[in-house]
Design a protein around this ligand. Structure first.
Ligand code: CU
Length: 112
């Protein structure tokens, strides 16, 4: 093996490494980052008149039919609801409005 071939083979390796690094730099952020549409937030509210299973079913029913609401956890003894939603599809004020329209007094417990 002479000098010329040694240089050219290391040149090929360097070029291959560059291609690999560039590929990783392009591919990694795309796979690691969630799309903005998929990001969700949790809204926690206190629903003052939510005192029985019937109230829970009414609120569940209304929110299950609401686009942008992906999950709901209701804590009846504490009259609280954690509502997971997609901010790109619906905002917290609209969710509060839906429960309010059912006749309940709703208080937001978190800022989101
Ligand atoms: Cu009730």
């Amino acid at each position: 093996m002479n000098r010329t071939t040694q240089f050219s083979s290391s040149g090929i390796i360097a070029a291959a490494m560059t291609v690999l690094l560039v590929t990783l730099c392009i591919a990694l952020p795309a796979t690691a980052e969630e799309s903005p549409e998929a990001r969700t937030q949790i809204l926690t509210v206190e629903v003052q008149e939510m005192v029985c299973r019937s109230c829970v079913r009414r609120i569940e029913g209304a929110l299950e039919d609401t686009g942008g609401v992906v999950d709901l956890t209701i804590d009846l003894p504490n009259r609280r609801a954690d509502i997971e939603y997609i901010p790109a599809d619906i905002d917290a004020t609209d969710i509060v409005g839906i429960i309010d329209d059912l006749g309940y007094t709703v208080e937001k417990l978190n800022a989101s």
